[in-house]
Design a binder for this molecule. Sequence first.
Ligand SMILES: Cc1cc2nc3c(=O)[nH]c(=O)nc-3n(C[C@H](O)[C@H](O)[C@H](O)COP(=O)(O)OP(=O)(O)OC[C@H]3O[C@@H](n4cnc5c(N)ncnc54)[C@H](O)[C@@H]3O)c2cc1C
Length: 484
Amino acid sequence: VPLLGGDVEVRFDRAAVAVDDATIGLLRDVCERVDVDDRSRLAAGRDWWPLTVGWALAGEVPARAGAVARPATTAEVAGVLAVCSDRRVPVTPSGGRSGVCGGAIPVFGGVALDLCGIDGIVAVDNDSLLVDVRAGTFGDRLESDLRAGHGLTLGHWPQSIALSTVGGWLACRSAGQYSSRYGKIEDMVVGLEVVLADGRVIHTGGTAPRAACGPDLTQVFVGSEGALGVITEARLRAWPAPAYQRGVAYGFATFADGLDACRRTMRRGATPAVLRLYDPTESSRNFDQPGCVLLAVDEGDPGLVDAGLRVLHQESRPAVRLADGLVERWLAERNDTSALEWAVRHGLVVDTIEVAARWSALGAIYGGAVGALEDLEGTVSASAHQSHAYPDGACLYFTFAGQTAAAEDYYRRAWDAVVAVTLAQGGALSHHHGVGLNRGRHLAGALGPAFGVLTAVKAALDPAGILNPGKLGLPSPFGDAPWP
Ligand SMILES: Cc1cc2nc3c(=O)[nH]c(=O)nc-3n(C[C@H](O)[C@H](O)[C@H](O)COP(=O)(O)OP(=O)(O)OC[C@H]3O[C@@H](n4cnc5c(N)ncnc54)[C@H](O)[C@@H]3O)c2cc1C
């Protein structure tokens, strides 16, 4: 979205913390690249949060950083954090800025910490299938370097693979499209290098495949969305790059029938890498098919792949087998976002909401959430697909579009409706996009008394509250979050 050419309004300017010349000088002593030009500061003021993509079309950016620090080493990150901690300046870490919840928006100004310069594979232990990689490495580069140099794959294929970084994945608990075989990023990580708010560098885990050395400190930082520490390097599990891949498609009469086939397949221990079930609206929109389309793709050892797909075939009866061309179409078009861009440009309020729940709750969440969205005045379309499946449950990925003059009010009510249905059924607020700014108001309710543990951890690790203030619904010394 073009933005930086003309006059730009800054939505969250009111509470912005300026970075004075003395602080800029100190930052430049510890970090070679610190930019203060307006273009850099504005570009660092936004991410892919769909609501703000609409704002951008109207010449509005969510925030403006006071300065943009672009470290190239862990030592530079440590230096920046030590200065900012000392001078009480907010620091908002960012990777590819592909986050869709406003997590990388520096809502209180201060320093935007762009981690993209800390990139590349550090080491590969092919015997142990482990890769050490710097946090700013983009997904497509990591995957191609792993394959070309080592014959390995990470198996992590978020739709945003070319837009997002390893650090962003870990900070948001990202999921790739192949997660039923390879797991989410939290299943792939075995250890981290993290810079704490005061500049101390720590290492967590990473020494052995399993350990019993107290609580898992790696997982304290996975999903912490830049609010507990800055991830600079990770040790991740990899797999031999697969030479064999197969896909199949089935057509179900109802969404409930399709969900049940997925449940029974996973229950028997089959792990097709991709298992996606589309409701009637999305089956028609994406594949020109009546009923509900189920797509499965698996890869790896041919014996395991064929056995898993045989289980799926048995559990899909009496659904009809559809043309393999549907799978090829999905594989070719799966990272295409042009429909979303078209809708935003045509004035629709559009977003996606991914939640997760037990199999026993998924049907009620699907029906309740789509129904609640359809009941909202202004809704043009509400639909969902089951996007990631596990033995105990799955992710439901809703898409809504509305047309109304009260865009932000409609947007807020759409989110509140889906969240209310999900939490009432005991589901998780998010499966893989995280909380950021947009879902911050819901996290305390979703976690219940355990939210107090999170606030205590935040206070212990970041007593000055400088790390990504305004996110995760956490209290901030700089004021209340500016959204909603
Ligand atoms: C078209 C599109 C498709 C998408 N598809 C998927 C998908 O399939 N699966 C999925 O999981 N997500 C998807 N996303 C969401 C997004 O790509 C993920 O949330 C991703 O993990 C964000 O990575 P990033 O590097 O862009 O992080 P950013 O957006 O830059 O930051 C996200 C959050 O992480 C924090 N952060 C970033 N780097 C670090 C670090 N090194 N240390 C500490 N905190 C850090 C930031 O402060 C912020 O809170 C999609 C987004 C888009 C736009």
